[in-house]
Write a protein that binds this ligand. Structure first.
Ligand code: ZN
Length: 344
């Protein structure tokens, strides 16, 4: 008999679901722009999309037309005569992303956060503040200690950090560190240069240590809208190292959510995928995250290892906040019970 996903094997598997986000995820969430109409840029339309950037480059007589922003930025980075210009560019970029806001109604980012639990983690390459804002506004729905862990692999414009402590303290940008009461500083952003140093900033370094540790333990790994661009060779190598030999991870499940066609995206992640143990989706709402919200790992493990059939119980895409709260209720009840008494 098929069972309701939230009940049977609720959180019986302790291994995490790790989700990796790239710019394609933010674009999928807001194809027409965020709350105030600001568009999510990709590297090939970056200069035209980020307000103020094309004007500034034009004023500096830098020819950007037809250039991918990664290549353009890298060439400025490698020539010290452009240092001042580069700093202005970085400020324009930071300010653009920092002012982005989630629309008032529930969004894909809210659905992503509400579909995972404290066991899981979301690592993002994106500078935009959507993930942080989604965590903040959904915290009370599921409980502060029942949220996925967030990791910022290229820094982030929403968060402030205090690096005075062994465990880096993260919170709202500009707020006070709860440990030492000093003001948190802005997270640095890692810009698209050819050879990135992930150890140069303590916050980014600790995010990478955490993502590697999650990858080692993960039962499911979803790559959402991250195209592994050429300037991220080191990133993909680091991830691949942490994932290890794909033949030794033959039970694990990989999900790819992307607009890019299946063959191309599978080739890009070939180092990770063991034979047919992957799912490919064009759309977040057909992925396991969304179809088996809050139980993706349990359901997947149950199906593959124990042959348990499962019922789809997708997060309601068009639900209002109140309807989402109603939908969450049975999950949270089971989770609270599991946390108090264990799985038996
Ligand atoms: Zn502190």
């Amino acid at each position: 008999m098929k069972e309701r996903a939230y009940n049977v094997y609720a959180l019986s598997i302790k291994r995490p679901h790790l989700v990796l986000l790239g710019a394609g995820a933010s674009l999928a969430a807001f194809p027409n722009g965020e709350k105030n109409g600001l568009k999510v840029p990709l590297m090939n339309n970056f200069v035209e999309t980020v307000n103020g950037l094309s004007d500034y480059l034009g004023k500096c007589r830098i020819d950007y037309k037809g250039q991918n922003f990664e290549d353009l930025y890298n060439s400025l980075y490698e020539d010290s005569q452009y240092d001042e210009i580069r700093q202005v560019i970085e400020k324009i970029i930071y300010d653009y992303f920092a002012q982005m806001e989630l629309p008032d109604e529930p969004t894909l980012y809210d659905h992503l956060i509400l579909s995972l639990t404290a066991r899981d983690a979301v690592a993002t390459f994106n500078w935009d503040p959507f993930l942080w804002q989604a965590i903040c506004r959904n915290c009370h729905r599921v409980g502060e200690d029942n949220l996925p862990h967030l990791l910022y692999l290229h820094g982030n414009t929403a968060v402030g950090v205090c690096t005075r402590h062994e465990k880096i303290q993260i919170g709202h940008k500009g707020g006070m560190c709860s440990k030492c009461k000093s003001r948190r500083s802005r997270s640095k952003l890692l810009y698209p240069i050819g050879k990135k140093d992930y150890n140069i900033d303590p916050f980014i370094k600790s995010s990478w240590n955490d993502v590697k540790s999650y990858l080692k333990r993960a039962y499911m790994f979803t790559i959402f809208g991250y195209s592994a661009p050429s300037s991220d060779v080191e990133a993909v190598d680091l991830l691949s190292e942490a994932w290890g030999n794909k033949y030794e991870r033959s039970m694990e499940q990989i999900e790819l959510i992307d607009k890019i066609d299946e063959k191309t995206i599978c080739e890009r992640w070939e180092k990770f995928i063991h034979s047919h143990h992957y799912g490919y989706h064009n759309d977040f709402y057909s992925s396991m995250i969304s179809k088996c919200s809050r139980r993706s790992v349990d359901v997947s493990f149950g199906a593959i290892v124990d042959g348990i059939e499962w019922d789809e119980h997708p997060i309601p895409k068009d639900a209002s906040w109140n309807e989402l709260d109603e939908w969450l209720k049975p999950y949270i009840e089971v989770e609270n019970k599991v946390r108090l008494y264990g799985n038996d």
